[in-house]
Ligand binder design. Structure first.
Ligand SMILES: Cc1cc2nc3c(=O)[nH]c(=O)nc-3n(C[C@H](O)[C@H](O)[C@H](O)COP(=O)(O)O)c2cc1C
Length: 380
């Protein structure tokens, strides 16, 4: 199976599973506890059906959207994800380049393996995904750097106040730096191409944290980073100050309750992402699609409501937009293609998504995203 044989999410997933050492594949796919929320995220899209209209003159369609002041050629963006260099040596650069080609937005994680400055070379709206540290000086200097390089949207992740319980990683010993079990070492040994690729390209690093956290020498691991460096006392007051300091587009990622969505409006955020971190944090929490309508009804006229989690199809995107989301984020949908073929993989995945959305809009009798509404949907 090769890249050109990948026609959907499942094909990319299958190929990534073949190419990646099992502990790395499991780090991407895995979620918290029993992974119930992770599964529900995708299944929830089946709770409703689309109602098409016909004879609507759909020769020309426009799928562009404007979200948090950013014009996107498609209503899907690449949500920020950590340590992409481990999945493919092109890492964040590949995702930034593919997003630029498709005229959409992409996020760089605090745990990104390319610097904000480097990916800023690519045109197109750039998000900086921010983790809030105990060290307020570090927070300020990270914000200053983001301002300096011209990040368009500051996105603070608020659902990761502590690390999720990822049991697949515990079993394999997946950690940065690696602490692999014997069984996991065998999994790396039987996928030598990954190892060759990893060792023959530039060294793994976390440039956003350079000078602040020493991961290289093994002094700090990612799980210790979450428990020791991030600040569990973070509250609305802290975030309000951050919003003021940033003085630009500011978004909270991981909002799930109406009360919190209202608070985000009150402190001056321009967007929220209804998200449960792809099921990787609180297992048993509701799926973003199930929770979307409630939040849109409460604050949709005051703030841009985005969502991510479980999106695998153009029809998933159309359902979320019909409920009132302004744009939809993808995670694993572009990570498996990244693992399979770097930039070419992410480009193909976004291409397929764009084609699906265009086809589905035509079949729905819908010329522009603004025409989508709850009239298009029936819950079972
Ligand atoms: C491997 C992986 C790493 C992630 N790293 C981060 C991160 O560093 N910061 C963050 O806010 N979200 C992170 N996420 C969550 C994504 O931004 C997004 O919310 C989630 O992947 C959406 O679900 P989906 O993968 O089903 O599309 C990560 C997700 C995955 C799969």
């Amino acid at each position: 199976m090769r890249l050109e044989h990948c026609h959907n999410f499942h094909d990319f997933r299958k190929l990534a599973k073949r190419r990646l050492p099992r502990p790395i594949f499991d780090y991407i796919e895995g979620a918290a506890d029993d992974e119930a929320t992770f599964r529900r995220n995708t299944v929830s899209f089946e709770a409703c059906d689309l109602i098409p209209t016909v004879l609507a003159g759909v020769a020309e369609i426009d799928m562009s959207v404007t979200v948090m002041g950013q014009k996107l050629d498609m209503p899907v963006y690449c949500s920020p994800t950590a340590i992409q260099r481990l999945f493919h040596h092109e890492g964040e650069r590949a995702v930034a380049a593919a997003a630029e080609k498709h005229g959409t937005m992409f996020g760089v994680s605090t745990l990104g393996t390319a610097s904000l400055q480097e990916v800023r070379k690519h045109k197109g709206p750039q998000i900086y995904q921010f983790f809030f540290h105990k060290d307020r000086g570090l927070n300020q200097s990270m914000m200053q750097e983001a301002k300096r390089v011209g990040v368009d949207v500051m996105m603070l992740t608020v659902d990761s106040i502590t690390g999720g319980n990822r049991e697949r990683d515990k079993r394999s010993g997946f950690a940065i730096p690696f602490h692999l079990t014997l069984g996991s070492l065998v999994q790396f040994a039987i996928k030598p191409m990954w190892g060759i690729n990893y060792l023959t390209h530039e060294k793994f690093s976390l440039p956003q944290l350079d000078g602040h956290v020493d991961m290289g020498a093994g002094a700090m691991s990612i799980s210790r980073y979450f428990t020791e460096m991030l600040d569990p006392s973070m509250d609305w007051k802290d975030v309000e100050e951050m919003v003021k300091l940033w003085d630009g587009q500011f978004c909270l990622k991981g909002i799930m309750s109406v009360a919190d969505a209202r608070k985000a409006v009150d402190i001056g955020c321009s967007g929220i992402v209804v998200s449960n971190h792809g099921g990787r944090q609180l297992d048993g929490s509701r799926s973003p699609f199930d929770q979307l309508a409630e939040i849109v009804d409460a604050v949709g006229d005051k703030i841009d409501v985005l969502m991510d989690g479980g999106v695998q199809r153009g029809t998933h995107v159309l359902k979320a937009l019909s409920l009132g989301a302004k744009a939809v984020g993808i995670g694993r949908f572009y990570l498996y293609p990244l693992a399979v073929a770097g930039q070419a993989g992410v480009e193909r995945a976004l291409d397929l998504m764009k084609l699906e959305i265009a086809r589905d809009m035509r079949l729905m009798g819908c010329k522009s995203i603004a025409r989508l509404s709850r009239e298009n949907l029936r819950f079972r």
